[in-house]
Design a protein around this ligand. Structure first.
Ligand code: ADP
Ligand code: MG
Length: 457
């Protein structure tokens, strides 16, 4: 009988351990909330001082305190760790603020991040500078990029789209006002088009004109036709669309100039050098141009095509150079983007401030995107596994970089969002001839702008 009870106890414990291991692997978020969080908090509280000491993050106490301790308790005076704020649990990890001791800098704590992660049994530890003397430790309980779930509260806004998740479980926000143009690089099947899809769907709900150039006959962007203000599906159409965009940009500069010259007595705050300074009722809608597989625009077979190519490249460079103030932004996607594409390629690349590099096949391709940001970022993008499409390394404007992954969004869901938001497409008359043909939708509710129109007038 006792044997039976013992066996039942052993069996029960083994089942519990197996169940916990399974839950940890299959449902890491639930496991973290139910088990991981309390274990890590207990470890942190129990070992805070000794861990900080082992990481070399403790300092000698001030002399007055040492004397006071000696006088009152006769205990040995021990080094003190940085003062710790409240532990704030989150659905993916926990956060805690540390007040740095005099003589310490955030880099000291960041250098120990790996040691802290092992000491407290979490997936990763990130250090963020909050204000002088205070850093925030972000402990991430599990690999959040394996199954991406965007945070519920994000810093979205006009022309700010939370498009992917960073490895520290915060949202990567694509902010067009801060970074007007971006280059998205990656080998085939690395997740570039998914990145564009997430971004386009994020912008679809905003009063922004979306323009697409997809020389793969439109297979990636044509499903979003109801929400697109213009679409070119081959280099010939692109060659017609780009000069129109340049003309639109020039018209917008004329509008700004007219505003500046209204009258000599115009108040200072009404003088503007970009569309954002115009009054709301006069301000033209921002335009975001998505170019999927940009190399298709550069590759030529005949001499006649060469001329067209040179013109298109020049127009793209002009849009990248001058578009921001006119509210025209570029999102350029490609597999490689180097000098071998031909004249103008590196010049265009230099204008694309934002850099996202998905999995690449060689270091040279990664260098085209991230070479001027950080050598470690290049290595990180070369190490992306093929099993994780959508994973990318993004270069920050500050020169920093981080790993991100887009949430999976099916083409059908994205197309449905575009149909629902079709009525939000702003009216940009110059682009009207390029409005893609939209086949009659099977669903009945459709905005007036979603009615089919011919491609050319
Ligand atoms: N973030 C992601 N999560 C899961 N699967 C993804 C993700 N991004 C891309 N994929 C999958 O990877 C494949 C290739 O993606 P795609 O965006 O078409 O790559 P590319 O445009 O670089 O060739 C698609 O089948 C897509 O479903
Ligand atoms: Mg693609």
């Amino acid at each position: 009988m006792t044997d039976l009870v013992t066996w039942a106890e052993v069996g029960g414990s083994l089942a519990a351990i197996g169940g916990a291991a399974y839950a940890r692997h299959a449902h890491p978020a639930a496991y973290w909330s139910m088990v991981g969080l309390s274990v890590s908090v207990a470890r942190l509280l129990a070992s805070y001082t000794s861990t900080m000491d082992a990481c070399g993050l403790t300092v000698e106490p001030p002399r007055w305190r040492a004397l006071a301790v000696k006088a009152t308790t006769r205990r040995e005076v021990r080094p003190v760790p940085p003062r710790r704020g409240m532990i704030r649990p989150t659905s993916t990890g926990l956060r805690l603020r540390l007040r740095l001791a005099p003589g310490q800098e955030p880099a000291d704590v960041a250098a120990s991040a790996e040691r802290l992660r092992h000491a407290w049994g979490v997936h990763a530890v990130y250090v963020r500078d909050v204000k002088p003397g205070v850093v925030e430790l972000r402990l991430v309980g599990f690999d959040v990029l394996r199954k991406v779930q965007m945070p519920r509260r994000t810093d979205a806004g006009p022309l700010r789209v939370p498009v992917a998740l960073r490895e520290d479980a915060t949202a990567f926000v694509r902010d067009y006002r801060a970074v007007p143009h971006e280059l998205v690089l990656g080998a085939t099947l690395s997740g570039k088009s998914m990145f564009l899809r997430d971004l386009l769907v994020g912008l679809a709900a905003q009063p922004v004109a979306l323009v697409g150039i997809d020389c793969k006959r439109g297979v990636e962007l044509a499903p979003f036709a109801p929400r697109l203000s213009a679409l070119a599906t081959d280099p010939e159409q692109a060659a017609e669309l780009l000069p129109v965009l340049v003309k639109e940009m020039e018209d917008r500069y004329d509008l700004i100039k007219a505003r500046q010259g209204i009258a000599p007595g115009t108040p200072d705050e009404l003088i503007t050098s970009d569309v954002w300074g115009l009054p709301e009722d006069e301000r033209p809608a921002p335009i975001v141009l998505f170019v999927d597989e940009v190399a298709e625009l550069f590759l030529v077979a005949t001499r006649k095509e060469e001329e067209r190519r040179d013109e298109m490249v020049t127009q793209l460079i002009r849009l990248a150079q001058l578009g921001r103030a006119a509210g025209i932004y570029l999102e350029v996607c490609g597999q490689r983007f180097g000098a071998e594409l031909g004249k103008g390629a590196t010049m265009l690349r230099a204008q694309l401030t934002g850099r996202v590099c998905h999995r690449v096949n060689d270091e040279a391709s990664a260098k085209m995107a991230l070479g001027d940001i950080a050598p470690e970022a290049v290595l990180a993008s070369c190490a992306i596994a093929a099993e994780l499409p959508g994973l990318a390394v993004v270069g920050d404007t500050s020169g920093g970089w981080s790993r991100i992954r887009t949430p999976h969004l099916s083409l059908a869901d994205a197309a449905a969002t575009c149909r629902e938001t079709a009525h939000l497409a702003p009216d940009v008359p110059t682009l009207a001839p390029f409005r893609p043909h939209v086949p009659p939708a099977p669903v009945k509710e459709c905005g007036p702008l979603a009615t089919p129109r011919p491609i050319t007038e």
